[in-house]
Write a protein that binds this ligand. Structure first.
Ligand code: SAH
Length: 276
């Protein structure tokens, strides 16, 4: 989409003024490794005049942001309201209304826990042309990092992507999500590990049920920690797991083989093995 070709007619107080309309592309940056940016996402960045990015965009990707673009950090570190979603939307629209090609770069896939719906609504309401470029979501990246299939034929025919935290801050209702035949990938769960364990156990899940913690998937400091439901909250503290990280809950985790044991059968893999 080219930036300044679109023109909108602004009618104010009977007078008609022309104003330039740029465009906004919501680009999924993927989980961190710049090689996992799509070609389309990369091309959008290369032709961008303004780029808005946040905390989930990895330092390695921030490093390759185009020099010609005005790059604006709109992160909310540790969920502190330094900048609100409404401010971000207002800035996006204001930038596009100068006629600029704007990229809104988001970690993972923009349509998975990315608050894209609100941005899309606002862009539509403002009459700004927009496009979405998908990215590799953290669940896919984490499964690839572990070399496990989220839908292993033996163990799971269903996958649920769930955010641990609901809008009001409470744990999402996870009843019925975990168990035989099901894989659950829990996003934004680090602060909710204890609540999650309680909810899973209350839902009848065995304490020995496998869980993987994947920290910084695809980044240079990626870690994979294999544990169980009963050890999960402890493991998060013991290993001082840092954001971004997610949990994979389900029997597919049993198919993980740590790199140093690649030649060993999966059944021999000790639980609670930690691997960098
Ligand atoms: N749109 C993103 C998700 C945003 S929600 C996506 O599709 O991946 C933020 C949560 O995503 C984090 O709290 C964490 O649970 C997860 N996440 C994002 N990047 C990750 C990574 N590289 N490794 C592990 N989890 C990650």
């Amino acid at each position: 989409m080219s930036g300044s070709e679109g023109q909108a007619i602004d009618i104010k107080g009977g007078a008609t003024a022309r104003r330039l309309v740029g465009s906004v592309t919501l680009v999924g940056a993927g989980p961190g490794d710049p090689e996992l940016l799509t070609r389309k996402g990369y091309a959008a960045l290369q032709s961008a005049e303004v780029v808005f990015f946040d905390d989930l965009v990895s330092p390695e990707i921030v490093e390759i942001l185009p020099a010609q673009a005005r790059c604006v950090y709109v992160g909310k570190p540790h969920h502190k309201a330094v900048i609100t979603q409404a401010d971000i939307i207002a800035q996006l629209i204001a930038a596009a209304q100068t006629g600029a090609r704007v990229v809104r770069l988001k970690g993972g896939d923009p349509m998975v826990f990315g608050r894209s719906a609100e941005e899309i609504d606002a862009l539509r309401a403002a009459g700004i042309p927009f496009e979405i470029v998908p990215g590799v979501t953290a669940a896919s990246a984490s499964a690839a990092a572990m070399k496990i299939s989220l839908t292993h034929r033996e163990y799971a025919s269903r996958v649920t992507l769930v955010t641990a935290t609901r809008r009001e801050g409470a744990l999402t209702d996870v009843r019925g999500l975990a168990g035989a035949g099901r894989t659950v990938v829990v996003y934004m769960g680090l602060c909710k590990a204890q609540d999650l364990q309680d909810a899973l156990v209350a839902d009848g899940i065995d304490g020995a049920w496998p869980v993987a913690i994947v920290e910084h998937a695809t980044r240079p400091d990626q870690r994979i920690i294999v544990t169980t439901v009963s050890d999960l909250p402890e493991a998060v503290i013991r290993e001082s797991v840092q954001s971004p990280a997610l949990f994979i809950v389900g029997e597919v985790v049993r198919t993980y083989i740590p790199a140093n044991l690649e030649t060993t059968a999966a059944a021999d893999v000790p639980i609670a093995s930690v691997q960098k």
